[in-house]
Design a protein around this ligand. Sequence first.
Ligand SMILES: Nc1ncnc2c1ncn2[C@@H]1O[C@H](COP(=O)(O)OP(=O)(O)O)[C@@H](O)[C@H]1O
Ligand SMILES: [Mg+2]
Length: 378
Amino acid sequence: MNNQETEIQLIQITKKFGNFAAVQNVNLEIHHGEFFSLLGPSGCGKTTTLRMIAGLEEPTEGQICLAGEDVTYKPAHLRNVNTVFQDYALFPHMTVEENIYFPLKMKKVKYSSAQAMIEEALSLVNMTGFGKRYPQQLSGGQRQRIALARSLVNRPRALLLDEPLGALDFKLRIAMQKVLKDIQKNVDITFIYVTHDQTEAITMSDRICVMKDGLIHQIGTPDEIYNSPASTFVASFIGDMNFLEGQVVQKGENSVTIDVDGKPILSTRFEGTFSKGDSVVACIRPEKICLDKVCDSEFQNKFENHFQASIHRIVFRGTDYEITLKFGQSEIRLIESASEFNNKKIGDQLFIGFQKDDVITYLKECKKVCDYETNLDN
Ligand SMILES: Nc1ncnc2c1ncn2[C@@H]1O[C@H](COP(=O)(O)OP(=O)(O)O)[C@@H](O)[C@H]1O
Ligand SMILES: [Mg+2]
C-alpha cells in the first residue's frame, strides 16, 4: 500500500497571523497510503499546518498540492480530504447512522443507496449494530470511532486527524491507537496525524515530522528520529536522553573527544563541524549505559567510555529502576531492570560504561540546539 507516489506536497509554506509566523518555510512530501505524523509541543504549528492542508486556512506564502494538483486556493469542500478533531463533533440529534450518512447526503447520495456504505464504515471501526443509537448513548471511545466512520464513509484520499485521541483516558487511548492503525491498514487512505505525544507518534507512524516554533526540525522514520535526532530539541522531545555539556579537546576525522567534568568522552557521531575548544553537548540514551562494580579489561574493551561515578538518586518504576549518578557537577541517568538492580544504594561508587558509537554530539551555540532544557511546554 505504501508506494512512493506523492499524495500531499507542501512547498515553502509560511503562515503568518499578523507579524507572527505560526509556520515557517515548511517543505513536506507525504506519500500515498502513508501514516504520517506531525509531532511537536503545543503551539509549534501542527494544527495550522493541518488546517492549510484541509483548506480551512490559506497560507501566506507557498504552495500546496494534493495528488499533483495545486489546491493552495481551492475551498475545503472541493478537496478530497476529511478532518477528524479531538472533540468528535458528532451531531447529537442524529443517530449514529444519520451521522455517518451526513457527508454522503451532502454529496446527494440517496439514503437507500448509502446503506451498504454506512454498514461497511461501521464494520471498519468495529461498531456494527450501533447504528440506531444516539451519540450520548456511546462512550468516548465509541464516539470517536463513529467520528472516524463518518470521515471514512466517502473514502477521501487523505484523512487529517488532529489529536483525535486527546480526550480519551490512557488505556483507551492505547487501545484506540491500535484500532486506528488497523483501520489504516484496511483502507487505501493517507493518514496525517497530529499529536504532541511522542510515544503515540513513534508507535503509529511510518514517518514523523518533528516541529518546534513553526519550523521543521526533522522528518524521518521513527527509527531515524529516535536513533539519529537532528537536533538536541528532537533528542530531548523523543524518548529519554542524557545531555552532557563539555568542551572539545580533540577532533579526529571520525571522532571527537569531549571533556565533561574532567572525564574524556569519545563520540563518533556528530551534527555539524567543530574544532578544539568548542562548547558542545554530548547525548547518550539512558538504556545505552551499563553499570558495574568493577572496571575489568572486558568492561574496558567493550566500552570506550568508562569512568567512576556515585549513585545520587534511585527511582523505582515497576519493571525497572532509573539510577542517576554524579561525577563532578554532571549527572548521568541509566536504566536497570529489576533483576540487574541487586540492592544498589545511594552513595555507591560504581563504573559506568557506554560505547562511542552511541554518543551523538551537537554544537552548543547552534540556534536550533540550545533548547533541550525548555522542552516542558506540554
Ligand atoms: N487564528 C489565529 N490567530 C492568531 N494566532 C494563531 C491563530 N491560530 C494559531 N495561532 C498561533 O499560532 C501558533 C501555532 O498554533 P497551532 O498551529 O494551533 O499549534 P499546535 O497545533 O502545534 O498546538 C500558536 O502560537 C498559536 O497561538
Ligand atoms: Mg493543535
